[in-house]
Ligand binder design. Structure first.
Ligand code: PLP
Ligand code: COI
Length: 364
């Protein structure tokens, strides 16, 4: 039977972590290193379509060494957060947009599209069973990581005939260590992230694998994140390893690189664009050259820059470095507009402000 509506079989963890231990961990969750007691799982096969939807205790999965994901990296993922509201409820932010992007990524990687109600159902069910894992510290959330892997046991190079979709959940605090007030980014001149016609707009694991030497170079240079330039002219700013970028000018306008297929269409990016337009700001989705970034920062025409994404929320970029580049932006710390946009976004996400675009769904 092909599942269309969510109907998850639930197996509760026999020995979930004791509340006192869990709550101690949630005081300082960091990012991506703690996991909740359960996980969601749905299988797909050519014969059966989507089937066998389960919520079960989180644990290792068995895989045949010939599973095609282990060889040809047919894998996609998503990242979204569940938030605890002041009155003890739980919300999701624009989860339907993640469901849509997951289907877009699936299409790009020749994988079956997961119906939105299964995507959303898996998340709602997992958050419901593990709701006590949502940190209540300032800025805390439950980071949800849906992903899909090719599980057919076959070494031929072709789309897999079987897939495994899963969701794991990870309590999260700040993405950058110490909740950095601003980050320093490193311009990669040797590596690019995605070329026209490639997989840059898909959230597939391979994009991140290929970004790792560039990110490692950034860290070795004492920077926080790598900035990728376009693969054709090696001139235009594309995005960071795991975030989109914005530029704020002295006339109050803001700019971000356009969605031409080589960068990830960030949901935070889209939300920031919408909030900026709501405020009446002039907004441009246009290419921005690295030499222009430097010239504008030095002349003062550029006032602020920031990175944005689900994990990083909105993070100011204070300094830009590269082999032949080193410049600061504004006073090197968070700018006024960056702060305002971040606060507006976070207030909506946490149910503390009106939600005119219907982005927030209360699930518990
Ligand atoms: N760009 C890349 C490469 C990312 O990994 C992410 C994070 O998901 C983003 C941009 C921001 O996307 P979103 O705002 O949907 O999290
Ligand atoms: C996210 O923000 O959800 C991402 O996937 C980015 C990654 C660097 C954690």
């Amino acid at each position: 039977m092909t599942l269309s509506a969510p109907s998850f079989a639930v197996e509760h963890h026999a020995a979930p972590l004791a509340a006192s231990e869990r709550d101690a961990l949630l005081e300082n969750p960091g990012f991506g290193r703690l996991f909740t007691d359960h996980m969601a799982m749905v299988r797909w096969s050519t014969e059966q379509g989507w089937h066998d939807a389960q919520i079960r205790p989180r644990g290792p999965i068995q895989m045949d060494p010939a599973s095609s994901v282990l060889h040809y990296a047919q894998e996609i993922f998503e990242g979204l957060k569940a938030y605890r509201t002041d009155d003890g409820g739980v919300t999701l932010f624009r989860a339907a947009a993640n469901a849509q992007r997951f289907r877009d990524s699936a299409m790009r990687m020749a994988m079956p599209e997961l119906p939105d109600d299964l995507f959303l159902g898996s998340i709602r069910e997992l958050v419901a069973i593990d709701r006590d894992w949502i940190p209540s510290i300032e800025g805390g959330s439950l980071y949800l990581r849906p992903f899909m892997i090719a599980s057919e046991v076959f070494l031929g190079v072709k789309p897999s005939a079987e897939y495994l979709y899963m969701v794991i959940a990870s309590p999260a605090g700040a993405y950058f260590k110490g909740g950095a007030p601003s980050i320093t980014v490193w311009i990669s001149d040797g590596y690019t992230r995605a070329a026209p016609g490639g997989t840059g707009a898909a959230k597939c694991g391979g994009n991140y694998a290929a970004s790792l030497p560039a990110q490692a170079e950034a860290i070795a240079e004492g920077c926080d994140q790598v900035v990728f330039l376009d693969a054709v002219e090696r001139r235009f700013v594309e995005e960071l390893g795991g975030m989109n970028t914005f530029f704020v000018f002295d006339d109050g306008s803001i700019q971000t690189p356009p969605l031409t297929g080589t960068i990830l269409p960030g949901i935070t990016r889209d939300s920031i664009l919408t909030l900026a337009r709501d405020e009446g700001l002039a907004v441009r989705e246009q290419p921005y050259a690295i030499d222009q970034w430097e010239a504008d920062a030095k002349s003062g025409r550029l006032r602020e820059s920031f990175a944005c994404g689900t994990a990083a929320v909105v993070t100011p970029i204070g300094r830009v470095r590269g082999r032949a580049t080193d410049f600061s932006i504004g006073n090197g710390g968070p700018g006024t507009l960056t702060n305002r946009l971040r606060e507006r976004l976070v207030a909506i996400q946490r149910g503390q402000a009106a939600d005119p675009h219907g982005w927030v769904e209360r699930i518990l």
